[in-house]
Design a protein around this ligand. Structure first.
Ligand code: SF4
Length: 218
């Protein structure tokens, strides 16, 4: 059964890498800022940008909302694409403060489908970022798909070749128990195996999924 395959992948990854304690962030707001800043960069760079925001005393919705994008950009420079990301953060803050008075508790009362649609309506927030926010900041049972998920699932024949974001997501969601803790850990573990082994050129020797059936070509 497909769910057995997916749980076997999970078991093997968890046995090797252990709990990942995602998402790193002290508050839901910090998690959201991190999810927006982590697009196209590694987490170490995001941590530096968040440290700058904390040191400047502006890691709150109200403070960041009051700040111009041109003042925000230098603080998040370590995260790369800082002018674009400053605008994306401002887009999010305009929505949060304009529609909900900057109150994340009010946002937390929105049902998952509506909240996902609203997040996707914010310029610069795509499916992976929206779903990361839903899962890690609002603890909704939404499976986050990224390049690593598609790569690992494709190479082991768990999804059809060329499956898109929503097809891969549907596959995981329909095959697994709807469990926030499982989805949290599973995504983090796929990132681990992707970074360490399942690179553009796979390094299967020693990978925890080495024993699983592979597609013949990838
Ligand atoms: S590196 Fe090889 S064994 Fe590991 S997940 Fe990728 S394809 Fe599978």
């Amino acid at each position: 059964m497909i769910s057995d395959q997916l749980m076997e992948v999970y078991r093997l990854l968890y046995e090797r890498f252990g709990p990942q304690h995602w998402w790193p962030g002290e508050t839901a707001f910090e998690i959201i800022v991190g999810a927006i800043l982590t697009q196209n960069t590694n987490w170490g760079n995001v941590e530096k940008a968040i440290a700058n925001l904390k040191a400047a005393g502006c890691l709150t919705a109200q403070k960041l909302h009051e700040m111009d994008a041109s003042s925000l950009a230098p603080l998040i420079r370590p995260a790369g694409y800082f002018n674009i990301k400053a605008k994306r953060l401002k887009n999010f803050l305009n929505w949060l403060c304009g529609e909900y008075g900057g109150d994340l508790e009010a946002v937390a009362r929105i049902d998952t489908y509506t909240l996902r649609e609203e997040l996707l309506g914010i310029s610069g927030i795509g499916p992976e970022t929206a779903d990361s926010i839903l899962l890690y900041a609002f603890e909704r049972a939404v499976f986050v798909v990224d390049t690593y998920t598609c790569r690992v699932a494709g190479r082991h024949g768990l999804v059809e070749p060329g499956a898109d974001y929503h097809q891969v997501q549907d596959h995981f969601v329909s095959s697994l128990a709807s469990d926030v803790a499982l989805f949290n850990e599973y995504h983090a573990l796929l990132v681990c195996v992707g970074k360490e082994y399942c690179k553009p050129r796979p390094n299967c020797s020693g990978c925890p999924l080495e024993s699983l059936p592979h597609e013949l070509e990838f």
